[in-house]
Write a protein that binds this ligand. Structure first.
Ligand code: KIV
Ligand code: ZN
Length: 387
């Protein structure tokens, strides 16, 4: 049976840039877009063209520069926004207009001060207008995670009839739980009669640290596009992280039984580029791309990894573009890792000398968090001098 492919929609340049302090200039956005294309992202959301003249220009430049990925521009459900989005993305080989409108009662009443009937009408009108300009229309039901299911299904059905080829179900405030969110996707698939005419997409925020889990649960239940960002950056606690979703699918192929176009070997390079340009650091224990993701400190783990990498690594670091795992020498490290490092530093020592250095190493490790190669060389020289 042919395997489905998950469409990766990267919104680092739009939602990601909404991380406080993460804004990028024109050249930086262009650099990130080119790298996202190399990474194999299917759709690049380049920005929100109506939001500023600078954003409009960078979306337009990205649309001209990117050849393989689709380029999307965000728009509210208004003609002015949609026209601006189209004017920016129309230069792309594969342009997309992404229209969003809230469907939860909270947003409808408090933020938009409208009724459900008005929202339904606005959504249909916006999608029809978008479709008159662009073949590829995505509609997002903002705050779908907290929307009434009857109304959400009604909106989804109506926007597909109006021409949306992708319907996005965002968990805008990261409120849902994985099983609950997966069930919502399953319910939409079951209840919306024309759902097979569109791709179901999800866009999960990370307020409770569940964005990736929710996205994966949605995939299990039929979503075929995931919206995500590099390093999980984005509004508030961020968006689902592209690298974590891509690697979960790669590491567990039989569990998900879907494929994707992400060239995972480009992940680390992309992560570094985005963190250096946005100034948003990657936490050291971040899955897949954190500095400690392939670092081992405990003696038992180091011994295991030296015997067979798979004992404590479920991914090959080379698969995400990290050249090799690292054995960090510290107070939890054992003989095997230390002796291995001494050998790799070019020393051939007798077992008596090795044991003496190991004793001194343990004393030093109690005082220092990490033992560097220079510390080891100093211990070796000191030991040799005392003989
Ligand atoms: O979080 C959200 O709902 C969004 C939409 C614009 C898709 O970012
Ligand atoms: Zn968002």
């Amino acid at each position: 049976m042919k395997q489905d492919k998950i469409i990766f929609f990267d919104t680092t340049l739009r939602d990601g840039e909404q991380s406080p302090g993460a804004s990028m200039n024109f050249q930086e956005k262009l650099l990130v877009a080119k790298q996202l294309e190399t990474l194999g992202v299917d759709v690049i959301e380049a920005g929100f063209p109506i939001s500023s003249p600078g954003d409009f220009e960078s979306v337009k430049a990205i649309a001209k520069a990117v050849k393989k990925s689709s380029v999307a521009g965000l728009a509210r459900a208004s003609e002015k926004d949609i026209k601006a989005a189209w004017d920016a993305v129309k230069y792309a080989k594969k342009p997309r207009i992404h229209i969003f409108l809230a469907t939860s009662d909270l947003h409808i009443e408090k933020k938009l001060q409208k009724t459900r009937a008005q929202i339904l009408e606005m959504a249909v009108k916006a999608v029809k207008y978008g479709k008159s300009l662009c073949k590829d229309i995505e509609f997002s039901a903002e705050d779908a995670g907290r929307s009434d299911m009857d109304f959400l299904c009604k909106v989804v059905e109506a926007v597909i009839n109006a021409g949306a080829s992708t319907v996005n179900i965002p968990d805008t405030v990261g409120y849902t739980m994985p099983a609950e969110f997966g069930a919502k996707i399953a319910e939409i698939k079951k209840r919306v009669p024309n759902i097979n005419k569109a791709i179901i997409s999800v866009h999960c925020h990370n307020d409770l640290g569940l964005a990736v889990a929710n996205s994966l649960s949605a995939i299990e239940n039929g979503a075929r596009q995931v919206e995500c960002t590099i390093n999980g950056i984005g509004e508030r606690a961020g968006n689902a992280s592209l690298e974590e979703i891509a690697m979960a699918i790669k590491v567990r192929p039989h569990y998900y039984n879907v494929g994707h176009n992400i060239n995972t070997k480009e992940i680390y390079k992309t992560s570094k580029l985005v963190s250096s340009l946005t100034g948003v650091a990657v936490q050291v224990n971040k899955a897949v791309v954190g500095a400690n993701a392939f670092a081992h400190e405990s003696g038992i783990h180091q011994d295991g990894v030296l015997k067979s990498r798979e004992t404590y690594e479920i991914m090959n670091p080379a698969d995400v573009g990290v050249p090799e795992s690292s054995l960090v020498l510290g107070k939890h490290s054992g003989r095997h890792a230390l002796f291995n490092r001494i050998k790799s530093l070019g020393y051939k020592l007798e077992s008596k000398a090795l044991e003496q250095i190991f004793e001194k190493f343990k004393v030093l490790a109690d005082k220092k968090k990490v033992i560097f190669d220079d510390d080891i060389v100093a211990l070796i020289e000191e030991d040799a001098a005392s003989e």
